[in-house]
Design a protein around this ligand. Structure first.
Ligand code: ACM
Ligand code: ZN
Length: 537
């Protein structure tokens, strides 16, 4: 019965694919464009087609696009300034920063953007149309279309945890390629953790010498007593980080680094034990979960260390926002530390929650000196938070509280955006692979993220954007990273980009084409949803 059902679904998908290829090519685009209407005529993109740019600032996006076409369509397109035919790229100051128009007529393709970033997004749409367009002997035939498109939300991001498992510069760039493919504009790079410190800080060399390697890793969940006995480590030199920042910027992606504090700091404590409340010796954590050992907030030397680290972070990352974590900082050590207790007394604080707020304010002052702003996980709300702090919401239950405070909010609620969770309700039948996170986020769950759900128009204004997150405790290879992120990243991209009513069936239909792109671009993906009705439903 199940096989029959699967066969029928596959058959239905193939029929849908055939039907749509005869329709306007715009119907293949993910995230769904704001407006797309059919236009007269058709145009065949051949390898003689020139990508013509009206402005020097469009040369690099055109070259990046030509790279996609070479790999994914097998055509080599030249980039020229001010040619008159083919794929014309231009700026149009009447459009917003991320807005573009894309027109296909019998004369050719024209993409205009408010900025080069807008043009780049138009090129991402054209890329999808070319991959799924009709192949003729001469090239790829595109039906006439007029698209006008811009994002719903200004912040559209993805986070990668490179600490629980380390990923190379090449892999991080591939992750950035995925973000670009989805017209997202932010890479949240989670760089420090209990289990490994990954960013070179010249003033504090032990962070790399000691903090970047753990001696072994637990096998399975924390209830396990087995360890693999193999050191795991890795870090990015400052030179490598500059290279990655440049790579992202060329794709209109800003990198927001996260230096998670005052919790999730065991790798730093293992490097400089004076940072803890008890001056004891620590080692880089070898299991998962939350450590009771956190930064001591009673000592001035803790703030000197943070300032020293952040000064180098500011040099490397031009982003206005720096993510300072703030999540999962147990109070156990602070409760019994004489210095932390003295701080509470001296500053007239009520309790340890207010001690964390004191910590956040102090770090915010360091950032403000350098013209930067804080993003913090939603725990920063507890004990009070300045209006200037952007709250990254991950705990579903805090949504209402976070959005009523008046602070800017980035939505990354677990129930939709945590991609370490299973993506099928039947993990054992569908080769989900080794997975130990406890919850499920199917493609439909991810798609159902509605940024404005249950909010008043007054609260809407506080929603800055959406983000998907990949924590990597149980993800040790980059192949698995791709498998966890695709196809769900496409759903979050659509939540952040697309206007109007949600329609999962239409999204699932367009995802048939997105899969073509994943395949042609060489990305692994979790294919079950394409034939498993239960996951699609
Ligand atoms: C988090 O998942 N601890 C932000
Ligand atoms: Zn202390």
């Amino acid at each position: 019965m199940l096989y029959m059902k699967r066969f029928l679904l596959t058959f239905a998908a193939v029929v849908a694919a055939l039907t749509v290829s005869a329709q306007s090519v715009a119907t293949v685009i993910v995230p769904r464009p704001m407006e797309a209407s059919e236009a007269k005529g058709a145009f065949v993109v051949t390898s003689k087609c020139v990508i013509s740019v009206s402005d020097d600032a469009l040369v690099r996006p055109a070259e990046i696009f030509a790279g996609y076409v070479a790999t994914e369509v097998g055509m080599t397109l030249a980039v020229e300034k001010s040619a008159k035919k083919g794929i014309l790229l231009a700026l149009d100051s009447s459009l917003a920063k991320e807005e573009y128009t894309l027109d296909v007529t019998s004369k050719g393709v024209s993409i205009k953007g408010g900025t080069p970033q807008g043009v780049f997004y138009g090129l991402q749409s054209l890329r999808q149309m070319l991959v799924s367009g009709e192949r003729t002997k001469k090239g790829v035939e595109l039906q006439g279309v007029a698209i006008k498109d811009k994002p719903l939300l200004g912040y559209r991001g993805a986070m990668l945890d490179v600490c629980r498992h380390f990923f190379t510069v090449k892999e991080v760039k591939q992750f950035i390629d995925l973000i670009a493919m989805h017209k997202m504009n932010t890479f949240h790079w989670h760089l420090t953790e209990d289990q490994g410190w990954r960013i070179e800080i010249k003033k504090y060399p032990n962070l790399i010498k000691k903090g970047s390697v753990r001696k072994e890793t637990i096998i399975g969940r924390n209830s396990s007593t087995s360890y693999d006995g193999m050191p795991h480590g890795g870090y990015y030199t400052q030179e490598e980080i500059r290279d990655v920042v440049k790579y992202a910027a060329e794709r209109y992606i800003e990198i927001i680094p996260e230096i998670d504090m005052p919790g999730h700091m065991v790798a730093a404590l293992a490097s400089y034990n004076y940072l803890g409340c008890r001056n004891e010796k620590f080692e880089v954590r070898t299991k998962w979960g939350i450590s009771k050992d956190v930064l001591c907030v009673g000592k001035e030397s803790t703030f000197e260390f943070i300032e020293g680290v952040l000064e180098e972070v500011f040099e490397l990352f031009p982003s206005k926002y720096i993510h300072l974590g703030g999540d999962e900082a147990p109070r156990d050590r602070w409760k019994v530390c004489p210095l932390c207790q003295k701080r509470i007394k001296d500053e007239g604080l009520k309790d340890e929650n207010e001690l964390q707020s004191y910590f956040t304010h102090r770090v915010e002052a360091i950032l403000a000196k350098h013209g930067r702003k804080i993003i913090g996980w939603d725990e920063v709300i507890k004990g009070g938070v300045n209006k200037s702090v952007t709250v990254m919401l991950w705990q579903d239950k805090r949504r209402l509280q976070a959005t009523t405070l008046g602070n800017e909010v980035i939505l990354t609620p677990k129930a939709h955006c945590y991609f370490d969770y299973y993506q099928t309700r039947r993990p054992y039948s569908y080769k989900e692979g080794p997975m130990f996170a406890m919850r499920i986020v199917t493609l439909r769950d991810a798609y159902n993220l509605n940024p404005y759900e249950n909010l008043t128009p007054e609260q809407y204004k506080n929603i800055k954007g959406v983000q998907c997150n990949l924590w990597t405790e149980f993800i040790s290879t980059f192949e698995r990273v791709q498998h966890k992120v695709l196809p769900r990243m496409s759903a979050i991209a659509e939540a952040g980009w697309s206007h109007g009513e949600k329609n999962f069936d239409d999204f699932a239909r367009r995802m048939q084409y997105m899969r073509n792109l994943y395949d042609k671009a060489g990305f692994h993906h979790y294919a079950t949803f394409f034939y498993n009705g239960e996951d699609v439903e």
